[in-house]
Write a protein that binds this ligand. Sequence first.
Ligand code: ZN
Length: 314
Amino acid sequence: MKRNLLCMTAPVRDGFDIPCHEIGPSSSHPAIALVAGLHGDEINGIFILSRLADFLNSVEAGKYPELRLVKRVLIIPAVNVLGVNLRTRTWPFDKTDINRMFPGSTSSETTQRIAYAVLEATKRAEYRIDIHTASIDFEEISQVRLYGPSDDERATARKFGLPAIMERSLSPVFTTTMMHSWKAWPGESFVLRVGQAGTVQLQHCQRVFRAMVSFLGKIGVLEGVDIAVEDEDVCYFDKPSAHRVFAEKAGMFVSDRSVGRWVRAGEEVGYIYDSFGGNVIEKVVAPVAGLLSGIRRHPLLFEGDLIVRINKKG
Ligand SMILES: [Zn+2]
């Protein structure tokens, strides 16, 4: 069932809504809440969740007779609805980041009201998932991010079967994120980071879509999913495992490497070319052996820009 999480009026145009899907047996709160598009240019998450809603609605309609949805699922594919229309990360009217507006309030500016409505709809769920991407210049491996996790969250994170789990402490600075507000509630909270902003990367999206369906099976929300096949190694990384390479010179960075592959120390991962002369001015090599978890995709570099990130296996 589609309903509107929030209906808002606008000064000189029709009002606009933030729609959500509520699928499966009715209950006082959803078993799982899935959110994407807090940032309007992070399209992978919007694509994954809208496709997941379509799939679960098809399950409900009986198109997959072997599958049965036994618990309530809430899906909000695009929180920043106007940002998606205008291809902006922030809320277009006042350029605020919705993920810095939590917990929000009912009687305040627009983005605070949006944050409040999203938090109210999701906070009582047993599992809460917020999907993001890296920036528009950078591609990351599909990963689960844990923030100051409980042991239960660490164990559950493996059920996604995504290649990397990255653990971070809960930031004492960014206390106005949705994750920070979620952590005050019982239940488990996860961020998935998928690829790069500004575009749909089908390979990442398909992998995370399959991961989500398998996850719904493993947590007992969707019955009949084949969860017998275990994914290959899931690697667990903390913050000190990340090694970064920054550009020593400006130029044009080009690489044919894909994220998610293992590299050796000293292995070449790309080249910086002189963008006028075309000559190679720097060979970029992996500083350590590890998983190539992120790589710059926008070719034009300034000195000091992040080029690659490699996570060393602990
Ligand atoms: Zn984001």
